[in-house]
Design a protein around this ligand. Structure first.
Ligand code: PHE
Length: 447
């Protein structure tokens, strides 16, 4: 019995970490670090994870496990209020936008996998590697074709229900990706000139703190932990009744953070070692890591396995995002699954195509000073996800009866941890700290 309990708990943590770890850690986190001042961003980010994201994740688990529904119907199941129930729409909208641009980056990863297989990095100078990225994204058709392949792959897997096989496979690949990341990080921090990068990464410069940085850290803490879009809510409905929700959330956040910091150690010191401080934005990982591979024994092989593992990590994340609008159409409108997949595919391919072209042919279209890709990423991660997260904590903290929350949190009182179950602390974080934190960060961004 003991063993079985442990197994299922470990199983849920692995599945949750599988959803959380993805391009958010490998691609987005290092780029946020470089943009918002490394060692200054890091503590702000960790704070956002601990005092805002973890309580929200626990709320999503509570809602999901209690309602036994997926994202869209969950709040509606627990209240009669139409206004609260309407918020379920956000949990369909956010994953739909996210998967559109996520697939564009998935496409870049496919291109880099092919570049590694055809040995295009070996012997190339850091400058040549840096310019390869610009050449890829400004070429309109190629990234569009890769976006198509990546999204089609995701759609077919979801459509044919062969998700399980891929997930089983990725369970083996994820630990491998982790080991590779550690090796790459070690090579990166030992490069000549990497010391500047290490200092940049870990030494805070408090003068650099800005409201924008708080918003970016909050957005990253939502994106990376897959919260504020109903995904963790859906996973919550699969968590066994006897699992401890708080420790499950903390372990997931811990793995995700660890992965992100290792990715930061792989990318940022290399950026300094190769004098690429001027490289900014979405291309950072693609511009720095291939130069690190070039400096490693068996570098071409490492590059090949690395990009393959990243494709898988991205694909499993994209699958869980794609699944949301598909199951919405199936459940709400009784649509056949293949038809729902086609509709979601057309929609997300089109939006993703605009994002992809915004680095080249459509770069003249700017929304609030950002191209379409940056705007979609910025707006969903920094505003929509925290807004959805706010609704979740407000619902659990202020609308749901406290005994119900306690009942779910303590597994009907059977989680006999005495005072150590820390319910009072988590409840305080849910009721006050997380909502006040989100609102304060929003307001500071408006000033
Ligand atoms: N958290 C994932 C990442 O870091 C992104 C994601 C969000 C995946 C939501 C699934 C659901 O890449």
């Amino acid at each position: 019995m003991q063993r079985e309990g442990f197994n299922s708990k470990l199983g849920s943590i692995l599945a949750l970490a599988g959803s959380a770890v993805g391009l958010g850690n490998i691609w987005r986190f290092p780029y946020m670090l470089s943009e918002y001042g490394g060692g200054t961003f890091l503590p702000v980010y960790i704070m956002c994870v601990l005092i805002i994201s973890v309580p929200i994740m626990i709320c999503e688990f509570i809602l999901g496990r209690r309602s036994q529904r997926t994202a869209y119907g969950s709040i509606a199941r627990l209240t009669k209020s139409k206004i609260w129930a309407a918020s379920g729409f956000l949990f369909v909208l956010i994953p739909t936008i996210t998967v559109s641009y996520y697939s564009v980056i998935g496409g870049w990863t496919l291109d880099y996998f092919i570049k590694s297989a055809t040995m295009q990095f070996s012997g190339a100078t850091p400058e040549a590697i840096e310019s390869m990225f610009g050449a890829l994204v400004s070429n309109s058709w190629l990234p569009l074709a890769f976006h198509l392949v990546f999204l089609l792959g995701t759609c077919v897997i979801i459509g044919f229900g062969v998700k399980k096989g891929i997930e089983g496979f990725s369970k083996v690949m994820m630990p491998l990706l982790f080991i590779l990341m550690v090796i790459i990080a070690i090579r990166s921090v030992t490069l000549p000139g990497a010391m500047e990068g290490i200092k940049y990464l870990f030494r805070p410069d408090w003068d650099k703190i800005t409201p924008d940085m708080f918003i970016a850290a909050l957005g990253q803490a939502f994106f990376s932990l897959s919260i504020g879009m109903g995904i963790m809510l859906t996973y919550g409905s699969y968590i066994p009744k006897k699992a401890n929700l708080a420790s499950t959330a903390l372990s997931t956040a811990f793995f995700d953070l660890l992965f992100a910091i290792i990715a930061g150690c792989a990318v940022i010191p290399a950026m300094f070692a190769f004098d690429m401080e001027a490289v900014q934005g979405a291309g950072l990982v693609f511009q720095t890591l291939p130069s690190v591979f070039a400096q490693m024994p068996l570098g071409s092989l490492v590059a090949l396995v690395f990009f393959f593992a990243v494709i898988l990590a991205a694909m499993t994340s994209a699958m869980s995002l794609f699944e949301v609008p598909v199951s919405y159409l199936v459940e709400k409108y009784g649509m056949k699954r293949p038809l729902a997949c086609v509709i979601v595919f057309v929609l997300t391919f089109s939006l993703g195509a605009l994002c992809s072209l915004s680095f080249g042919a459509l770069s003249h279209i700017q929304i609030t000073g950002k191209n379409i890709f940056d705007f979609c990423d910025f707006f969903t991660a920094n505003y929509l996800m925290p807004f959805a997260g706010l609704i979740i904590v407000l619902f659990v903290g202020w609308k749901m009866p406290k005994p119900d929350v306690r009942d779910e949190y303590t597994n009907g009182g059977s989680l006999n941890l005495g005072r150590k179950n820390l319910f009072w602390l988590i409840y305080f974080a849910i009721k006050y700290v997380a909502p006040v934190g989100i609102i304060a960060i929003f307001i500071s961004g408006l000033l």
